[in-house]
Design a protein around this ligand. Structure first.
Ligand code: TRP
Length: 337
């Protein structure tokens, strides 16, 4: 697919467990992972430690979310026999790697990271940024490199983090004169990496409360679609409407398969004569058709399935990380036994 030498490629990605997963995760990454697991060894990390970097005072939110995220995974078709699903904090090797990597990047470089800058604007610690938060990209470099992942399916907002990870890899290999660490490449899922929130502001995000969750009931989905921001100047059906910046069309772009039909609808909407209620109803049919089977599958997932997936996954991931850490320590020259 991306490289003729598939046998050497390893895929790793992760999610912060701070609530249920939503449609932004689905189009930005989950859908991609379900396809990738057919072709590559895949690791999926539940990034509880990273989530603590901005929720350190509310750990229950994170621990309570882990089971929910696992159910979302299983519901969309992540298959534990193909994908290794594990919890970040269960792999202590990641913390040791993070310590070594901290020396290989400057504070100024971390402060320049646009993803962190945007997150800081959205979060409360404005002028009291913690060392943990500033450094989470270093720990993310450990996540990626511990498994020698070369492919990282993520949303567009994660690109600066992959760049930092690769800078650390190059520096490590240069400074310690080794080839132990592997650079990685982001895999973006097609045209829709950044699904807008239902309010039309920023991207869909659980902390902004503007997302449609994979676990939402059909009534809630309908309500959220009804509440979607459209075009405030499109007052009467006969008025010409704007498609740009119109959330309903952004979602149709992401989820409605018949692109020719969609183009026709856009033309009619722009000319005037197509009401918001008609396009909202089309979006509702589209999303209900996508999410009903996911929700039903989600409800059927048992505690045992989740438990087995995680314990097998943590064991397997731990084994791989341990091996990389041996090589990393050896490259630095930390040989004491
Ligand atoms: N930063 C990612 C997010 O916020 C989560 C994550 C943690 C991750 N470690 C990772 C993603 C390693 C890819 C690879 O969604």
């Amino acid at each position: 697919m991306m490289n003729s030498n598939n046998s050497k490629q390893i895929v790793l990605t992760g999610d912060r467990p701070t609530g249920h997963l939503h449609l932004g995760h689905y189009v930005g990454s989950l859908k991609n992972r379900v396809e990738l697991q057919e072709e590559y060894p895949c690791l999926i990390m539940i990034a509880d430690t990273q989530a603590l970097s901005d929720h350190f005072d509310n750990p229950r939110k994170i621990t309570d979310s882990i089971g929910e995220v696992c159910r979302d995974y299983l519901a969309v078709g992540i298959d534990p026999s193909k994908s290794t699903v594990f919890i970040q904090s269960m792999i202590p090797e990641l913390f040791e790697l993070t310590s070594y990597y901290m020396n290989l990047i400057s504070v100024a470089r971390l402060e320049r990271n646009p993803t962190v800058k945007t997150e800081l604007q959205q979060k409360s610690f404005a002028d009291a940024i913690t060392a943990g938060f500033l450094c989470y990209p270093v720990s993310q470099a450990a996540d990626i490199t511990a498994f020698k992942a070369s492919l990282v399916p993520v949303g567009e907002d994660q690109l600066p983090l992959i760049e930092i990870s690769n800078e650390i890899v190059r520096r490590f290999n240069r400074v310690y004169n080794t080839e132990v660490l592997v650079e990685s490449k982001a895999i973006l899922s097609g045209k829709c990496n950044r699904l807008v929130g239902i309010d039309g502001k920023a991207k869909a995000c659980k902390s902004l409360g503007n997302a449609i969750f994979l676990s939402d009931s059909s009534e809630v989905i309908k309500q959220k679609i009804n509440d979607m921001y459209t075009d405030p100047t499109h007052l009467k059906v006969s008025d010409p409407g704007n498609v740009e910046g119109n959330v309903v069309f952004a979602y149709l772009d992401a989820f409605f398969e018949d692109k020719d039909e969609l183009e026709k609808l856009k033309t009619r909407y722009k000319k005037g004569g197509l009401g918001d209620s008609v396009v909202k109803s089309l979006l509702n049919d589209t999303l209900q058709a996508l999410l009903t089977p996911i929700r039903e599958k989600r409800e059927a997932v048992t505690k045992e399935e989740v438990g087995d997936m995680l314990s097998d996954g943590c064991k397997k991931a731990g084994g791989i990380a341990k091996q990389t850490l041996i090589e990393v320590r050896d490259s630095i020259g930390l040989r004491y036994n």
